[in-house]
Design a protein around this ligand. Structure first.
Ligand SMILES: Cc1cc2nc3c(=O)[nH]c(=O)nc-3n(C[C@H](O)[C@H](O)[C@H](O)COP(=O)(O)OP(=O)(O)OC[C@H]3O[C@@H](n4cnc5c(N)ncnc54)[C@H](O)[C@@H]3O)c2cc1C
Length: 394
């Protein structure tokens, strides 16, 4: 029997003629997944990149070189800037367009209803767009995913299967780090097979954390289909006007300093004093100060001066904040959740200060100091001062 769902669609983000890195990372992972899918199921399903914008033909060609089998692009001045309502509508139109499906795979075009799988970026644009698009497509969405597996799974579920055991073939297992990154949650988007309320949930979709997957090397010899899609644009969907765009510089510069000292919930026993310790260490090292995401939510009562200076989103390191490749990264009272690590893993030399030697940050460290920051940091400062004196004398 012909299948109603085929292919993996990847929604691409770009800015000023350049891809956002996460777009190529998603295409790379889509290629790897679909290559093993096609081998496992003796199939020939495609990686289809979807790109919206104005003057995007050249980018479309590059997407083939980075691993897509086909690219469907919508080129229109009204799509130059990302506006959620119109983008949602146009993506919805593209993924259900029988004409472009016919160009991708003529033999199945009349049977296919929707993509089998769909990827978006887990960034500020992709998180919003994925949720509204999946509402439009009446399916489910898993957010902030960093591991993907395609498997046949067997399950029996009161709601989904009416209590009988069913095999769900070609299920996308979507993993995300939860509970501070210490547990993995596996999210499945399964059709309802319960005779009482049968209903399909396709595409199986997710947003993907930037920086997790590797892009493929660009290969100018790769070939694929580039398909232009002419969107239907309703003036009702253009109510938001973009009058101008300005890149706002972050209040905190994490690019220039060669050293960053970050702190997390490990300051909890004496937040005020511990932040002052961190400040002193940062001063000795000529470092900028970063924080973990929970710190930006102001979890502790501290003086207004320290609170407004440090407990702010602009200092967050990780997937929800900045990425750094500092020469030296000191993580004090930071557990090392996946989302934090994604922001600092490119640092040259990493020092962790933590009393818990099972904390995941240890795996990222060149030097792990087992101990409380209250005890360790004063010793470090003393030692750094001595070393500076030695260098000055020499
Ligand atoms: C969608 C999403 C996005 C996220 N984005 C980010 C992000 O960008 N950046 C980010 O950081 N987090 C992010 N998070 C949160 C992340 O999952 C973790 O919850 C967070 O990083 C944990 O912060 P922490 O290390 O400060 O706290 P905890 O995990 O509570 O760790 C505190 C650590 O301090 C240690 N400690 C305790 N006492 C002391 C002491 N006296 N001295 C030294 N160490 C001590 C403990 O042993 C522990 O390891 C995100 C989560 C989600 C769901």
């Amino acid at each position: 029997m012909a299948e109603k769902y085929r292919h993996l669609y990847v929604v691409i983000e770009h800015e000023d003629g350049e891809f956002l890195p996460v777009s190529l990372e998603m295409v790379g992972e889509a290629r790897r997944l679909m290559d093993s899918f096609n081998t496992k199921y003796s199939s020939n399903e495609k990686v289809v990149a979807v790109i919206l914008g104005h003057n995007v033909q050249d980018l479309s060609k590059q997407l083939i070189e980075y691993g897509a089998d086909a690219v469907v692009y919508a080129d229109n001045p009204e799509l130059k800037d990302v506006r959620n309502t119109i983008y949602t509508k146009v993506i919805g139109q593209i993924v259900q367009d029988t004409k472009s499906l016919g160009e991708i795979e003529p033999e199945y075009a009349s049977d296919i209803k929707r993509p089998r799988y769909m990827f978006f970026a887990a960034d500020s644009i992709g998180r919003h767009l994925s949720s509204t698009t999946l509402v439009e497509l009446e399916s489910g969405l898993a957010s902030d995913i960093n591991k993907l597996v395609i498997e046949d799974i067997e399950m029996s579920h009161q709601q989904k299967t009416g209590g009988t055991k069913e095999t769900y073939a070609k299920t996308l297992e979507m993993y995300r780090p939860d509970f501070s990154g210490f547990l993995w949650t596996t999210i499945l988007c399964l059709d309802n097979r319960n005779p009482a309320f049968k209903r399909d949930y396709h595409p199986q979709s997710c947003s993907i954390i930037p920086g997790v997957f590797e892009p493929l090397k660009r290969d100018s010899l790769r070939e694929g289909k580039i398909i232009e899609f002419t969107p239907t644009i309703d003036p009702q969907d253009l109510k938001v006007k973009v009058l101008g765009r300005e890149i706002i510089k972050s209040e905190v510069d994490f690019e220039t300093p060669r050293t960053i000292v970050s702190f997390g919930r490990g300051i909890k026993d004496d937040p005020e004093q511990n932040i002052k310790l961190i400040e002193n260490l940062a001063k000795e090292l000529n470092a900028e100060i970063g924080v973990t995401l929970p710190m930006s939510k102001k979890p502790y009562q501290i003086s207004q001066a320290l609170d407004s200076k440090y407990m702010i989103p602009a200092r967050v390191i990780g997937t929800s904040g900045h990425k750094t490749s500092a020469m030296l990264y000191v993580a004090a009272g930071v557990s090392g959740a996946m989302q934090h690590v994604m922001g600092m893993k490119d640092s040259g030399f990493v020092v962790g200060i933590n009393p818990d030697e099972d904390a995941p940050i240890k795996n990222e460290c060149d030097v792990f100091i087992k101990g409380r920051m209250e005890d360790v940091i004063p010793l470090l400062i003393e030692e750094i001062k001595k070393q500076i004196q030695i260098v000055e004398v020499q």
